[in-house]
Write a protein of this length. Structure first.
Length: 218
């Protein structure tokens, strides 16, 4: 049966067992059916949830042209990783702990979401170039000169896929495309210091080693 031990414990506690079982039986798949594949193939954004080996969690956001996440088949996805701030929080978690949760949401069209949980690993461009049978879109991205070219890819083996219902998804209206600051580290152009964090105190910069140790114990 799908679901974690914790899910089932709380379903018993709050009396939602039959409702949850109905969802598992009718909405949860261990693969992407054709409609799910089509949804991912036109998606322009995805939220990526990961955790390190200690269970410390992170949720990140990825976006691109429609179909930037490539569907290889009903059980495999490829997610491109472009140049970012260099922290590599999601990728760092993945090399420690391959469990990943993807949430695709269409805010402007169908007003629906798709959860995809699975096992992830990093795949280098050279590895993909050597692999036969990849979709043309993947090969085109690998061979791109200038603009955005993936630095590597996250290969995801699908374990669970299920709907995120439209009940509380806000409906948004797309705005005309505006130029984006790509390939630059300028914090003004990228909005990287929008929250004015640069001059706020932090233990690993301000020399309070004891506080840093208490915040991040070994």
């Amino acid at each position: 049966m799908p679901g974690s031990i914790g899910e089932h414990v709380l379903q018993e506690r709050y009396g939602t067992v039959s409702r949850a079982r109905g969802f598992y039986d009718h909405q949860v798949l261990d693969h992407l059916n054709e409609r799910m594949q089509a949804f991912v193939a036109r998606a322009e954004m995805v939220f990526v949830a990961t955790a390190d080996s200690a269970g410390e969690a992170d949720c990140s956001f990825r976006a691109g042209e429609p179909g930037f996440v490539r569907v290889l088949d009903e059980r495999r996805l490829l997610c491109p990783e472009y140049r970012g701030n260099g922290v590599m929080a999601s990728l760092g978690n993945i090399i420690e702990n391959g469990h990943v949760g993807l949430l695709f949401i269409d805010f402007c069209g169908d007003g629906i979401g798709l959860h995809v949980n699975g096992r992830a690993r990093l795949s280098e461009n050279a590895e993909l170039l050597a692999r036969a049978g990849l979709p043309d879109g993947v090969l085109a991205a690998l061979g791109q000169q200038g603009g955005r070219r993936p630095e590597c890819w996250v290969a995801v083996d699908v374990v669970e896929a299920y709907v995120h219902c439209s009940k509380h998804i806000p409906r948004l209206v797309p705005r005309p495309a505006v130029p984006r600051a790509r390939g630059t580290d300028d914090v003004v152009r990228t909005g990287g210091d929008f929250f004015r964090a640069k001059h706020s105190p932090r233990p690993w910069v301000d020399g309070d080693a004891d506080l840093c140790e208490r915040s991040h114990p070994a």
